[in-house]
Ligand binder design. Structure first.
Ligand code: ACO
Length: 327
């Protein structure tokens, strides 16, 4: 069977930083509460004129350089995002135009924080079937555009970022050993944007509360499902690959909350020095979280050739997924 692998990675975070001190001036909160309950110290926020696709373009340029691949070699673009530039056309079409990826098909995937792993699973299937040879997968969000900055229970969590991965065929024993995605739409109301779709169109004429066009989350309930499903999904891919948790060299989890990450590591029996963390600097960047963390972990030398690397994510939908690589 043909195995897919990541052959290039890139990422981008906007310049502007919002610290916990800044939030103390916006809502009733404290640095102490935010750090102890979430692990977040700061997050990066895009400029008003900076679209999610612009962040993707910057991330992709790094991925092209690290893979040694030219834009015209890409035959599929998959963008995981809940904050596309437009509802129509897809963000992947906009990225195609901006990067000149004229030999590619395109699609967007809406799976919230699990968007990158969902995209990766589609890419893996296309590579395994031989349909496409070079696939560009993004996880990217401008969450600041859907954040209610009067809601202290959500606004302190989110940041903006983009990550890009180029996927190709593996010629050795490296690559994706196992990947798993799953959803449970029964819990759709735990994390949603109530207005803006066909169910409750948001027209901005005062008939719909503007706050309903922002992200709403029942945080403590999402927390419980996140801990359970991230652990289950991680164990599933480890088992499918014929390995045991102690063989994992690095866990790269979705950076949603330090307590969720610690609970997932504990469930797998992994010490925290085998867990990659950047939540303190970037907060929860949803679909961008895993590719951003993978890119930084590789560039910092935390991931080396031959390492067993576990990615695991959970998000609104509910959606979740896990992927196990031999790097
Ligand atoms: N500062 C101070 N107090 C706060 C803040 C704040 N920023 N936010 C909430 N509180 C208060 C609440 O009002 C509440 O007060 P009360 O007891 O007087 O009512 C108290 O803190 C506890 O609130 P909880 O919501 O129970 O706090 P919890 O410990 O659960 O932490 C958090 C909240 C950080 C949101 C957590 O639940 C969490 O991380 N959930 C999971 C988030 C997640 O993983 N989402 C999925 C991905 S996101 C996506 O898909 C886009």
């Amino acid at each position: 069977m043909i195995r897919a692998k990541i052959i290039g990675l890139g990422s981008y975070v906007p310049e502007r930083v919002l610290t916990n001190d800044d939030f103390e001036k916006i809502v009733e909160t404290s640095n102490e509460w935010i750090v102890s309950r979430t692990g977040i110290m700061e997050r990066h926020i895009a400029r008003p004129d900076e679209d999610t696709s612009d962040m993707c373009v910057a991330a992709a340029r790094e991925a092209f350089a690290s893979a040694g691949v030219a834009p015209e070699e890409i035959d599929l673009v998959i963008a995981g995002t809940v904050t596309p530039d437009f509802r129509v056309p897809s963000m992947s079409c906009i990225i195609q135009k901006k990067l000149g990826l004229l030999n590619a098909a395109t699609m967007d995937i809406v799976a919230a924080c699990a968007g990158f792993i969902h995209g990766l699973s589609v890419a893996q299937a296309y590579i395994a079937s031989g349909t496409f040879k070079r696939i560009l997968v993004f996880g990217a969000e401008k969450l600041s555009s859907i954040t209610d900055y009067t809601d202290r229970s959500t606004c302190i969590l989110f940041g903006d970022a983009a990550g890009a991965a180029i996927i190709g065929k593996s010629d050795d024993d490296s690559g994706i050993l196992a990947i798993h995605i799953k959803s449970d739409g029964r819990y759709d109301e735990l994390l949603n944007i109530p207005a803006g779709g066909t169910h409750l169109p948001y027209v901005g004429n005062g008939s719909v509360d503007p706050k309903l066009s922002k992200l709403h989350m029942k945080g403590n309930e999402v927390f419980k499902y996140a801990v359970r499903h991230m652990g289950d999904a991680a164990l599933r891919v480890i088992t499918e690959a014929g390995l045991t948790p102690d063989q994992v060299d690095l866990l790269v989890p979705h950076q949603a909350n330090i307590r969720i990450i610690k609970a997932t590591a504990a469930r797998l029996g992994l010490p925290m020095d085998k867990v990659y963390l950047n939540i303190e600097k970037y907060g929860n960047t949803s679909a961008a979280s895993i590719p951003l963390a993978l890119d930084h972990a590789v560039r910092e030398g935390r991931i080396k050739k031959g390492d067993i690397v576990l990615g695991v994510a959970f998000g609104g939908g509910l959606t979740w997924g896990a992927v196990l690589f031999r790097w």
